[in-house]
Structure formats: structure tokens, C-alpha cells
Design a protein around this ligand. Structure first.
Ligand SMILES: Cc1ncc(COP(=O)(O)O)c(C=O)c1O
Length: 338
């Protein structure tokens, strides 16, 4: 497929979606329906008070063999954490996987609104009760949307170090994939774009010095002989791509991976003295992308352009996802496309 750099990563959703409802505690089996509008009260908890969580997963299909769904069990565990954090009923794992598989099985999910060999999968769970006060909803809906993904240019990213706003505070929602977690980013992202950057670099809420993550991506740096990534805490989303990169680096390449705090000052100094040789991001939607620059107030931190470790890890991940290498760690679930 030719690259179409001026178009968005996603064009639109596939024509069908999966849906299941929960009353007091029992879930209906997943059913398929036209992707479109749902009857929902404007006071629904999911709209009014942000009682809504989601996932973002990927699957690959070469048009002949079964589709390859990546690390669906990890996505399910993270959904459980997110639902529990918002005190929502959790769809059972079997129902979750079945609803996702139903979407993959339908060839039209991959061909409309345009054909793609990669499908982005967006399971969403939201509260339907329309209380006046923010109390947990008993009635909950689970939907699975899919969207064919475009090939996108893998140009290095320019990140805007956000020194004023914060993504997450200790004890908050940062580690869960809740919709509320994305509401804070509209204004900072707009400001980052105004400054000519691709995405926001989130720093810790207390000192605005420690790097946490980028807009929807975890961060890695090669410093000396180590691959370093910010240690997980409840202010950082535990990315599934992040986890996969760590496994590949450690187990396939014997690279030492260190999870620890990294400050912007350390990064600037390590570039200066030549010990920081690579920086990149990891996420399901954008996969692995190198970082060209961090714009931090008046200074620019420019990263080396050669990225041998990142290139190797990206190739490894691509090959497993596309079935061109052994699925050594059991990350793939095969789903026949009918
Ligand atoms: C805030 C945030 N951090 C990190 C990630 C990367 O996580 P994953 O690799 O599971 O897509 C995402 C993507 O969903 C995200 O939204």
C-alpha cells in the first residue's frame, strides 16, 4: 500500500461493531450490529461523569492466513484494572475476546472504509445510568469498534515538554485507560502543535523535571550500555508495546533494561557528553518511533539520528506481529477471517 502522509492515521470506523450490555451483573452475549448511533441518555454516567474506559489493540491480516491478534490477554488485564478503578462491571474475558474476534472474522472490517492489512481495535466500556450525582452505574455497555489503519510515515517525532499542565498525579487515574485520562490533553496538545511539535512530553506533576510519557506513547532511551525507560507508577500507563520492547531487548538481545526515573536535565547532559545515543517511543497506534527533538521552553534538545537499537527492536516486533518470525512468547491469537 502506498503511503498517504497527508491523511489521518484512521479514516473512519469499520461498518459493523460488537456490543454487549450488563444489567445488574449479568452480561448479554456479544452481538453484531451496524456501527453507528446508540440510544443513550445525555445524563449517562459515561457522558456526564466520565465513567468510561477503553483499550487500543492491533491485529494483522495478510489476506490469506488467519488474522493475528496481538497480546489480547494483556489488553484484557489492563481493561480489568481500568474498570475496577472506576468501579464498573468488567466484561468476562471470554465475552471480551469473542466480541473482538467477531470483528476480526468479518472481512469487511478490513476492507471498509478502505482496505488495510492492519486493524485498530477499540473496546469501550461505559456507564449508562443517568443519575444526577456521580455514583457508579449498574447498567453498563461494552462496544468493540474497529478501524482499518493507514500506513503512516515513520518520521522522527518532535515533543513539547509540558512544564505547566500535568497528565496525572499520584493516586489519580494515570495508570488506567480511562476516557477522563485523555480529557486533560486537548489544550496542551493544541499548544504543542502551535509550537510546531507532534506530541506532548508529559513530566511528573510535582517537579515537572522527570519524564513520564508522551501523548499516547511510552518512552525509551539508550544511555551507555543500557535501555532506560521511566519506571512504572500510578501516573504512567503501562503500555503493552513498552512491555514487549522490554522483553525483546532483554530476552532476545541480552540488552540491560533499566526502569528508573529520567530527568530532562539528565537527558540534556547525556546528549552533551555523548552517552545518550537513542530515544524512541512505543505504542500500539504509532508502534515504535524515534524522537528527533524535545522542545523545552527556550531550549531544544536534539537527539542523535542513528537508531540501531530501535531499528532492531522495531523489526523484531513487526516480524512477530506479521507472522514473519516465531511467536516465541505466545503473543499472537489467530482468528480465521471468513
Ligand atoms: C497515555 C498512553 N501511554 C502509553 C500508551 C502506549 O500503550 P500501548 O503500548 O499499550 O498502546 C498509550 C496508548 O494507548 C497511551 O494512551
Amino acid at each position: 500500500m502506498a503511503e498517504q502522509p497527508h491523511l489521518p492515521l484512521f479514516e473512519d470506523w469499520s461498518p459493523q461493531m460488537g456490543i454487549a450490555d450488563c444489567g445488574d451483573s449479568d452480561w448479554t452475549p456479544p452481538r453484531r450490529t451496524t456501527c453507528g448511533k446508540l440510544p443513550i441518555h445525555p445524563g449517562a454516567m459515561g457522558i456526564q461523569f466520565g465513567q468510561s474506559v477503553f483499550e487500543g489493540c492491533r491485529a494483522f491480516w495478510n489476506g490469506a492466513d488467519p488474522a493475528r491478534l496481538f497480546r489480547i490477554d494483556e489488553h484484557y488485564s489492563r481493561l480489568v484494572t481500568s474498570c475496577e478503578r472506576l468501579r464498573m462491571p468488567v466484561p468476562p474475558e471470554q465475552l471480551f475476546v469473542e466480541a473482538v474476534a467477531n470483528q476480526l472474522q468479518d472481512a469487511t472490517s478490513w476492507s471498509s472504509p478502505f482496505p488495510s492489512d492492519t486493524l485498530y481495535i477499540r473496546p469501550v466500556v461505559f456507564g449508562q445510568d443517568d443519575h444526577v450525582m456521580p455514583i457508579p452505574s449498574a447498567r453498563t455497555t461494552f462496544v468493540v469498534l474497529t478501524a482499518p489503519l493507514r500506513l503512516f510515515p515513520r518520521e522522527p517525532l518532535v515533543l513539547f515538554a509540558e512544564r505547566e499542565f500535568s497528565r496525572a498525579a499520584k493516586g489519580g487515574l494515570g495508570h488506567a485507560k480511562t476516557s477522563a485520562n485523555y480529557a486533560h490533553q486537548y489544550l496542551p496538545t493544541w499548544r504543542a502543535k502551535e509550537a510546531g511539535c507532534d506530541a506532548v512530553l508529559w513530566l511528573d506533576a510535582e517537579t515537572h523535571e522527570r519524564i513520564e510519557e508522551a501523548s499516547t506513547m511510552n518512552i525509551f532511551m539508550v544511555i551507555g550500555e543500557e535501555l532506560v525507560t521511566p519506571s512504572l507508577q500510578d501516573t504512567i500507563l503501562p503500555g503493552i508495546t513498552r512491555r514487549s520492547v522490554i522483553t525483546l531487548a532483554r530476552e532476545r538481545h541480552g540488552l540491560k533494561v533499566v526502569e528508573r526515573p529520567i530527568t530532562l536535565t539528565e537527558v540534556a547532559e547525556a546528549i552533551e557528553d555523548g552517552t545518550l545515543t537513542e530515544a524512541f517511543t512505543a505504542s500500539t497506534a504509532l508502534q515504535i518511533r524515534s524522537i528527533a527533538r524535545i522542545v523545552d521552553r527556550e531550549r531544544n534538545i536534539d537527539f542523535p539520528q542513528e537508531t540501531p537499537w530501535m531499528d532492531r527492536l522495531r523489526r523484531d516486533l513487526d516480524a512477530i506481529q506479521r507472522g514473519e518470525a516465531d511467536d516465541e512468547w505466545g503473543w499472537i491469537t489467530e482468528v480465521p477471517v471468513l
